[in-house]
Write a protein that binds this ligand. Structure first.
Ligand code: HEM
Length: 143
């Protein structure tokens, strides 16, 4: 009796422990592109909270600097979709990716100029345009 009562929890604990043993899996966030995109995403969320407020423009500008750095890194790494694409489709996909990321960078620069000029209302709209670029880009390159 004593044995059964103590053995069952031990067996269950062991099973639970085994289920948590980590098998090395190549997670999406392990790639340099995923890391840079994730950073851009975090900065985007932070920007969204403060972009309206002219008193926080210094913080917004610092976030834009970091977003630009992450966007440039992103542009240098090809998405998996391109790597896996048929040879005949690659050139078009590479050009499209470069163009879309260049547009993201140009839009962050536009945002920067608007904030430097104190045009916070316009900057709010530009941030929305960045979200549209993200959605459009992800449709093709991060489906
Ligand atoms: C402001 C614009 C953008 C933001 C904030 C953004 C954000 C993100 C985030 C948060 C992820 C998930 C990262 C993770 O796995 O944890 C991601 C992944 C990805 N994004 Fe973006 N993105 C933007 C624009 C774009 C554009 C324009 C493209 C393509 C032209 C693109 C292509 C990708 C790809 C391919 C991945 C998957 C990366 C991987 O798993 O290796 N993104 N992005």
């Amino acid at each position: 009796m004593f044995r059964t009562r103590t053995t069952l929890p031990v067996v269950l604990a062991a099973l639970l422990a085994v289920s948590f043993v980590s098998v090395p899996v190549a997670r999406a966030e392990d790639t340099p592109l995923a890391k840079a995109m994730e950073e851009m995403g975090d900065h985007y969320k932070a920007l969204k909270k403060i972009i309206k407020d002219p008193a926080k423009n210094a913080d917004s500008l610092a976030l834009i600097d970091k977003s630009l750095a992450a966007a440039i890194i992103s542009k240098q790494h090809m998405p998996k979709v391109i790597e896996k694409a048929a040879a005949g489709d690659k050139a078009k996909l590479i050009a499209g990716y470069r163009k879309a990321m260049a547009e993201v960078i140009a839009t962050y620069c536009k945002l920067e100029i608007q904030l430097v000029e104190g045009k916070n209302e316009e900057a709010v709209e530009t941030l929305k345009a960045l979200h549209d670029l993200e959605e459009k880009g992800h449709e093709v390159y991060n489906p």
